[in-house]
Design a protein around this ligand. Structure first.
Ligand SMILES: [Zn+2]
Length: 133
């Protein structure tokens, strides 16, 4: 007996026990839901990660956050601020400015043995304090 197309309850026509078209759509929907859930989870983890920062980085673009954390980790591991291109401010030598990206600077306070991060400022915020040497 030749295989004949049949009409499924959904209205689509096809061969087999179930409608492949609806089956594929269903799988695509499930994948989408799964991807959404993953994205939501990643977003929650990303938001929670800010609680572990010694300074508030929430307002910054993601790539600035990542670079700022690398610097913070380095300072915590006793690396010198100069390794990150940091400089003391001319008008206040206790304050150290470390470039994070082209447009962002990390302001640190000299705590004797290490530079303690205080804030990350954008170039616009920062224009008032130009680094010395
Ligand atoms: Zn169908």
């Amino acid at each position: 007996m030749p295989r004949r197309k049949k009409t499924f309850p959904c209205g689509h026509k096809g061969y087999g026990q179930k409608c492949h078209r609806c089956d594929q759509e269903q799988k695509a929907r499930e994948q989408e839901v799964e991807a959404c859930a993953q994205k939501r989870q990643q977003k929650l983890e990303w938001e929670a990660s800010f609680d572990r920062d010694p300074i508030d980085l929430r307002a910054l673009p993601d790539y600035v956050v990542v670079k700022a954390r690398a610097i913070i980790d380095g300072l915590n591991n006793q690396r010198n601020y100069r390794e990150f291109g940091g400089k003391r401010l001319r008008h206040d030598r206790r304050i150290i400015s470390i470039p994070v990206t082209r447009n962002y600077r990390m302001i640190c306070r000299d705590a004797g043995s290490m530079a303690v991060p205080e804030a990350v400022l954008s170039h616009e915020d920062y224009n008032v304090c130009k680094p010395g040497s």
